[in-house]
Design a protein around this ligand. Structure first.
Ligand code: 5AD
Ligand code: FES
Length: 348
C-alpha cells in the first residue's frame, strides 16, 4: 500500500514514475488511495488554472464518415444512422450563438466526410476566423495528408484533436478496419504538431480487448509526445456496431487515468468529457475533481444532436446550447469552480 502513496507523491513531485508503478496505481481499487490521488491531481490543476474551467463549444457538423471503426456509431457500415451535414452558414450560426453565450473556442468535429473538401474546410475556417477574431478554432476531422493540415493552419485553425485511441498496434487493429493503421495516426499527430497546431490526443477507457498494460503504454506515449490537450472518456457501446454487446468502460478507472494524466502532464488541457457525463450523472464534476480543467458543451443545432450518435444514451441531445452552458455553469459552481470566458490556450 505504501508503494502506491509513494508513487502518487513521486508523480506529484517529478511528473513521472516507472511503468511498474503506473501499473500498480491504475490497478488499485482502494478508495482511500484513489481519493488521495484525486486530491493531488486537482491541487496541481488548481495551481495552474485556478478554479477556472475552460469551455469549448462543440459543433458536430457532419455524421457522414468514410471510415468503419468498430466502436463508433457513425461508422460507414451503420445503415441505421440518419446522416446529416451542416452548411457553412449553419456552422457560422452556431458560432454566433456560442459567442453570445461566452464561448471563445469553437471545435468543429465530424466524421471523415469527403463532401467537405480541403477548400470548403478552409473557407469555413477563414470565415470563422474573420467573424470571430478573438476565438480559437479547433478542428477534429480525422486523418488527412500533411498538405491538408498545412492548408487548415494557413486558413487560421489553431488546434486539432485526434485521439490516438490506443498506442498498441495489435490492440489498434482489433478496434479498426485493416485500411486504418496506427502508423498513419501517429504520423498525423506528428505532422500537426510540426505545423504549429496545439494538438490533442487521447483514448477510450475500457475499449474492447484493452488491458491495463495497454493503458500504461498509452500513458507513456502521451508523456513522450507531450500533447497540449488530452481527451479520454469511457468506451460506451453503440447498438448498431460490432461492439454492441461489449461492456462500458469504468467510471473509477477513467477518473484514476485523468488524475495520473494530470500529474504526468501538469499543463495539459484535459476535458471532463460528455462520455464521462453519460456513464454517471455526476461524471463531469468527478472528472474535474480528479484533475480535468475543460468542458465541451454542445453547440450543434438540437435538430441534429441525436444523429451524432457515437455511443448509446449520449447526454445533452435535447438541450439548447444555452441550457447546456447554464447547466454546466451550475454543476461547476456546485463543486467550487467557475466557467471561464476566454480562449483557454495551452499555458505556455
Ligand atoms: N464510446 C466512447 N467514445 C467513443 N468514441 C467513438 N466511439 C465511441 C464509443 N462507442 C470517441 C473516440 C473518438 C471520439 C471522437 O469519440 O475516441 O476519437
Ligand atoms: Fe447539457 Fe447539462 S450540460 S443538459
Amino acid at each position: 500500500m505504501q508503494i502506491l502513496y509513494d508513487a502518487a507523491d513521486a508523480l506529484f513531485e517529478s511528473q513521472n514514475v516507472s511503468d511498474d508503478a503506473l501499473f500498480s496505481v491504475i490497478s488499485s481499487d482502494d478508495e482511500k488511495f484513489r481519493e488521495y490521488l484525486f486530491e493531488k491531481a486537482r491541487s496541481r490543476a488548481v495551481e495552474i488554472f485556478g478554479n477556472k474551467i475552460y469551455t469549448r463549444g462543440l459543433i458536430e457538423f457532419t455524421n457522414y464518415c468514410k471510415n468503419d471503426c468498430l466502436y463508433c456509431g457513425i461508422r460507414r457500415s451503420n445503415k441505421n444512422a440518419l446522416r446529416y451535414r451542416l452548411t457553412k452558414d449553419e456552422i457560422l450560426e452556431c458560432c454566433a450563438e456560442g459567442y453570445e453565450l461566452g464561448f471563445r473556442t469553437f471545435v468543429l468535429q465530424g466524421g471523415e466526410d469527403p463532401f467537405y473538401t480541403d477548400e470548403l474546410i478552409c473557407e469555413i475556417v477563414r470565415e470563422i476566423r474573420s467573424g470571430f477574431p478573438d476565438c480559437a478554432i479547433t478542428l477534429s476531422i480525422g486523418e488527412k495528408p500533411r498538405e491538408s493540415y498545412a492548408a487548415y493552419r494557413e486558413a487560421g485553425a489553431d488546434r486539432y484533436l485526434l485521439r490516438h485511441e490506443t498506442i498498441n498496434p495489435k490492440h489498434y487493429s482489433r478496434l479498426h478496419p485493416p485500411e486504418l493503421s496506427l502508423e498513419n495516426r501517429v504520423r498525423c499527430l506528428r505532422d500537426l504538431k510540426d505545423l504549429g497546431f496545439q494538438v490533442g490526443c487521447g483514448f477510450m477507457v475500457g475499449s474492447p480487448y484493452q488491458t491495463l498494460e495497454n493503458l500504461v503504454e498509452d500513458l507513456r506515449f502521451i508523456k513522450d509526445f507531450s500533447p497540449h490537450m488530452i481527451g479520454i472518456g469511457p468506451f460506451i457501446p453503440h447498438t448498431d456496431t460490432p461492439f454492441a454487446s461489449k461492456r462500458s468502460g469504468s467510471l473509477e478507472l477513467t477518473l484514476v487515468l485523468i488524475a495520473v494524466l494530470r500529474l504526468m502532464n501538469p499543463r495539459a488541457l484535459i476535458p471532463a468529457t460528455t462520455a464521462l457525463g453519460t456513464i454517471n450523472p455526476r461524471g463531469r464534476e468527478l472528472g474535474v475533481l480528479a484533475g480535468a480543467n475543460v468542458v465541451m458543451p454542445n453547440l450543434s443545432p438540437v435538430s441534429v444532436r441525436k444523429k451524432y450518435s457515437l455511443y448509446n444514451n449520449k447526454i445533452c441531445t435535447g438541450e439548447e446550447a444555452a441550457e447546456c452552458r447554464g447547466c454546466l455553469a451550475r454543476r461547476m459552481e456546485s463543486i467550487g469552480y467557475e466557467l471561464s470566458v476566454s480562449r483557454g490556450d495551452y499555458p505556455g
